[in-house]
Design a protein around this ligand. Structure first.
Ligand code: HEC
Ligand code: HEC
Ligand code: HEC
Ligand code: HEC
Ligand code: HEC
Ligand code: HEC
Ligand code: HEC
Length: 387
């Protein structure tokens, strides 16, 4: 039985791979995140070996002040908080959601937030411990019980609702009891993954440390441990040869285009991370690497179209459509010939705000949010969402 299953899934994997290698040759270069993590060297979300190799963003600030000051204000830097410091909870005394017989509530006072679920007769309450997500799209909450284990609240805050609704993927039609209505117990390995994407240096070897981690996606989440670089840079400064500091810390600028997209995909999900889950439909719109790499624009990969080509990861997200035009006209400009490196056609319809038509916002119902579809394309009225 077991071996039959293995053969079956192996066959399926081979078929999926064969199909995509034939149909989408450009995706051959991409890997899943577990495959990248199996390679030597730094990669985002890798467990740290020793906390001592990490110095914290304040130390980077002594030489890269501008980057540190700007990065602090990004959603990535602010994506995890102790519940007591979460702006949304501090600003809202009461959040609630009612479904069937169940009433969900989060009440906040001072620096304390208490999560309560009631079925009309009985109720359960626990103080919240962690808030994940800035609330730009939404914010989910973790709490602990006497067993010391982590539980995820069944409800999440959504910005478009300015209130609570089911945590994405956790909706239950008929919870068997109050406890099931309230929570999902999160296995320890999964908790480590949440913190690996939302905080910096949370797990040392096999030891998850809630006290020593750094909140949010900070410098060393993307550049790896910095102690060696800081020592080298200090020596280089003294010697008056600042360039000697180069090559002593990980810099994604050295990666080829497919790896650069996979790099951001360590957290935003790579093409193969999504493919393996067999996710379908509009829910895939929130995986920008998966969608982008299926655009005709991407071709076999192009440095002018990687994630950091359009988004400076040290700056806040730019929301004006016109600001992205210059990236499109790198390849779609009058006068470019088909023979130019990876040139595209010129639009007959408009000359500005390209992304507003060709990167449509796609509503993902369970997220109560319209994500930007990174599969760049011509959108026809009434056309289906291309898989
Ligand atoms: C003592 C000063 C100093 C400190 C502290 C420092 N850096 Fe640097 N860093 C430099 C210098 C000098 C360079 C090379 C020249 C340049 O880019 O300005 C550099 C280059 C870099 C590069 C490019 C490396 C390359 O090979 O392309 C990255 C990435 C970087 N630093 C990140 C960091 C991070 C993250 C921290 C904090 C963990 C940090 N630096 C702390 C001085 C410093
Ligand atoms: C260590 C994990 C991690 C890595 C690596 C990562 N991200 Fe993120 N990113 C996140 C998380 C978590 C959020 C959600 C922030 C929130 O709570 O709103 C996010 C949000 C964003 C946003 C939305 C920001 C906003 O202000 O609305 C952009 C844009 C983004 N990431 C771009 C990138 C790019 C580009 C790269 C690669 C250079 C990258 N990310 C790599 C974890 C990561
Ligand atoms: C593989 C990395 C990864 C893991 C694991 C992960 N997240 Fe995230 N999370 C992200 C990224 C990236 C975003 C930003 C998505 C976007 O907006 O494009 C995000 C966004 C969020 C948001 C805001 C909603 C949104 O789409 O912006 C919440 C809430 C959240 N995560 C909670 C959690 C919780 C709770 C866990 C663990 C149970 C978890 N995440 C595990 C990477 C991860
Ligand atoms: C979300 C991932 C991410 C985070 C967080 C991040 N960086 Fe970077 N950083 C990158 C990428 C990607 C590049 C390469 C940029 C490119 O390809 O244009 C880079 C490049 C750099 C460089 C080299 C710039 C150059 O011109 O050679 C320095 C210095 C740097 N980062 C410092 C920092 C510091 C300091 C922090 C913390 C405040 C930080 N980074 C946080 C992803 C990140
Ligand atoms: C051609 C330019 C371009 C490239 C390349 C690009 N993006 Fe975007 N991205 C945009 C635009 C435009 C928006 C929408 C900004 C807005 O309206 O708020 C956006 C929005 C986002 C958001 C905010 C959430 C959302 O869906 O609106 C995230 C996160 C993000 N991009 C991540 C990425 C990642 C990761 C990559 C690499 C796979 C990437 N982007 C590549 C142009 C680009
Ligand atoms: C690296 C170069 C490059 C960049 C950057 C680029 N494109 Fe393209 N784009 C192409 C190529 C090449 C094609 C395919 C042309 C063909 O097949 O004839 C294409 C195709 C297209 C198509 C037709 C797609 C279809 O489904 O028929 C649209 C629409 C488009 N691009 C819009 C954009 C927009 C909008 C941007 C900026 C957000 C952009 N492109 C950025 C190179 C690029
Ligand atoms: C108002 C919406 C809108 C805006 C803004 C817009 N386009 Fe288009 N674009 C379209 C439509 C609709 C088509 C399909 C035309 C047709 O085939 O009937 C199209 C077609 C294209 C094509 C395919 C052309 C071909 O011959 O295959 C490309 C490439 C393209 N646009 C690029 C761009 C770029 C680059 C920008 C910004 C400079 C832009 N578009 C701005 C709506 C828009």
């Amino acid at each position: 039985m077991g071996s039959k299953l293995i053969v079956h899934s192996l066959l399926r994997a081979i078929l999926i791979v064969a199909f995509h290698v034939l149909a989408l040759p450009s995706l051959f270069a991409q890997l899943s995140t577990p495959d990248h993590l199996a390679e030597p060297g730094f990669w985002p979300t890798r467990n740290v070996t020793s906390r001592e190799e990490y110095v914290g963003s304040q130390v980077c600030a002594s030489c890269h002040a501008g980057k540190v000051a700007a990065q602090k204000n990004t959603s990535m830097a602010k994506t995890a908080a102790h519940a007591g410091d979460a702006d949304i909870l501090r600003a809202t005394a009461k959040l609630n959601f009612n479904v069937g017989q169940f009433a969900y509530e989060i009440r906040s006072e001072g620096s304390k937030s208490v999560y309560t679920v009631s079925d009309g007769t009985h109720s359960l309450s626990f103080p919240l411990v962690w808030a994940f997500g800035t609330g730009r799209v939404g914010q989910s909450y973790l709490f602990k019980k006497d067993d010391g284990k982590f539980y995820e609240a069944r409800v999440t805050y959504f910005d478009t609702l300015k209130n609570l609704h089911f945590t994405p993927g956790r909706e239950l039609d008929a919870p068997k009891d109050l406890q099931e209505a309230m929570e999902r117990k999160v296995p320890a390995e999964e908790i480590e993954r949440c913190f690996a994407c939302h905080t910096t240096a949370a797990t040392m070897g096999t030891h998850f440390d809630e006290q020593k981690l750094m909140l949010g996606v900070t410098c060393e989440a993307c550049h790896g441990p910095g102690a060696k670089h800081v020592a080298a840079a200090q020596m280089a400064n003294v010697a008056g040869t600042p360039d000697a500091a180069r090559g002593t810390i990980f810099n994604a600028a050295q990666l080829d285009p497919p790896d650069t997209v996979d790099f951001c995909g360590a957290c935003h999900a790579t093409f193969w991370d999504v493919k393996i889950t067999e996710a379908k439909g509009v829910a895939t719109a929130k995986s920008q690497p998966y969608r982008l790499e299926q655009s005709k624009c991407w071709g076999n990969g192009d440095a002018r179209l990687t994630c950091p080509a359009c988004h400076d990861p040290h700056q806040q997200l730019v929301t004006e459509a016109a600001a992205y035009d210059r990236f499109c006209v790198n390849c779609h400009a009058a006068g470019m010939k088909k023979t130019d490196d990876h040139a595209g056609a010129v639009c007959q319809v408009a000359t500005k705000e390209c992304s507003s038509c060709h990167m449509p916002k796609v509503n993902v119902p369970e997220m109560h949010y319209a994500f930007t579809d990174h599969r760049i394309r011509v959108v026809r009225a009434g056309g289906a969402y291309p898989e």
